[in-house]
Write a new protein. Structure first.
Length: 112
């Protein structure tokens, strides 16, 4: 499997906060259709829990999203876009976090 949109159009980057407007220079800030799809009360709740999970382990949301995908044996690679050099660097670093079985189970609980 080769997943695309691994960050749910940016929702899983950690830059969006519940109750705050999406920054104007972001995909969810610019495209109402994507905002309508991804920014739901349930997704905002999940993102808050995932952010707390990642923060508590000293990692970013991006690292969590990519590491979760990379830990799946059926995933051949993680494709991610980037518009800036620092995003490429962050993407490359993201899969260095090796999630434990307990981490995976906790993420499954959060996202169900």
């Amino acid at each position: 499997m080769l997943p695309f949109f691994p960050l749910a159009s940016g929702l899983l980057t950690g830059k969006y906060k519940r109750g705050q407007a999406a920054p104007d220079d972001t995909r969810l800030g610019k495209v109402q259709r994507l905002r309508d799809i991804y920014v739901t009360p349930r997704n905002e709740e999940i993102v808050e829990e995932l952010r707390a999970f990642a923060d508590g382990r000293g990692h970013t949301m991006l690292e969590l999203a990519f590491s979760w995908l990379a830990a799946r044996p059926q995933v051949a690679s993680v494709i991610a876009g980037a518009t800036r050099v620092e995003q490429v660097e962050q993407n490359a670093k993201a899969t260095t976090w090796r999630l434990s079985a307990e981490d995976m189970a906790e993420n499954d609980r959060i996202t169900k």
